[in-house]
Write a protein that binds this ligand. Sequence first.
Ligand code: F0G
Length: 482
Amino acid sequence: MANVKFYAGESFPLEMHKVRIIQKLNLIPVEERGKAIAGAGNNTFLLNNRDVFMDMLTDSGVNAMSDRQLASMMKADDSYAGSETFTRLDKSVKHFFGCKYFLPAHQGRACENILSQTFVKPGYVVPMNYHFTTAKALITVNGGTVEELIIDEGLKIRSECPFKGDIDIGRLKEVIKRYGADKVAYVRMEAGTNLVGGQPFSLANYEEVSKLCRASKIPLVLDASLLADNLYFNKRREERCKKMTLHEIVLKFAELSDIIYFSARKLGFARGGGICTNDHDIFLRLRELVPLFEGFLTYGGMSVREMEAIAVGLDETLDEDMISQGPIFIDYMVKELDKRGIPVITPPGGLGCHIDAMAFLDHIPQEQYPAGALGSAYFIASGIRGMERGTLSEQRDPDGKEHFSNMELLRLALPRRVFTLSQVNYAIDRLVWLYENRRLVEGLRFVEEPRILRFFFGRLEPVSGWQGKLIEKFRKDFGDSL
Ligand code: F0G
């Protein structure tokens, strides 16, 4: 987005693109929203999108594509092996990361599966700045454990720390010493750290991690799924990066990594994924699993059209006008909510706006899932679906005890280039209303609880009749408004 001064003094996000394809949205009445969320077991994953007004569940695979991406999809070369499309994607990925080898996979967690199966064994550990749900589940399924070593500031809701995704180097050293370097499968650093509010890490921190890993001969794995946001913040917030081009920053990150993987549902604004490395032995080990789980080496489970779109999308990731749209909209939303006293994660990060449900609904105990309850209440209030990122998104401990999350967040993702500022203002308005009526909201309890990744398809019910009261209050305050 451009640095344009407004004559009136106050500035607003200004899009450097125009909308040329639209999709009609539905905003169903509040009573229908109540029925829809009850039918979905109070789990926003289980809503039908036709009942949703703004889909802020995720930015995964739902970012708006550019005209260049759509045009590229028309020239896809459909071939099982050796397609022209793969050649273009391969060239684009290798140029972007400056790496020698690239393996395609159908999405990010497929890469995590390949990495975990290759490196993780019972008794091994994977230290990381912070976990992502699928990354952790795939490590533990293979008998490994996860050590989360994000700096203390990273877990504070309100902070001015520009790089809350940094890892604590002292604790990393301690963990390597405690387990022994040979039991450390790899160190995983997640760009745009998802579960703590889309918070970036600094290039300086990554350099230190890399130095430590190289000295201990431990592979350093970069999860680059949210690299676009991270890059934007490196460029804006880190002095030395101000002088570098976006591509120079990417190449520096790549040089410091042994393996890079990404979900192209995020990086590249399409749908797919892949793994890169410069190490021939690592490449050969990982390669074995691609045809087994993904598909042949020249498509890895992706459609050729998506592969074409990723190739162009990566190129566009090096354009600051393109990658700044998300962070700038998020910055606007976070600051507007903050001004109105609504508890949000600060500083604004990437991915979306993260509401602190523990403070918003401080009367709901963690065992009644405040972030899940907030997601359900917000859908009723607005027709907007967010995603619970709290205790529901955790797995129970092996002894069946609830594993309370460090943070109880409602994530409102801002898929890039999808929503307009007036829609964001609507999202803010309904949150303000809900905040004023927060005492009407109560907790949730499970009626159906899957063992693994329960947040995807678990079903819950309200602990009382609070949803009916919320709907009544909405009608009282808004009359016949949708
Ligand atoms: N790593 C990160 C940092 C992610 O955010 C995701 C997905 C993955 C890996 C897995 O990639 O979905 O392509 O298999 N995040 C999505 C989200 C699901 O909604 O935040 P995937």
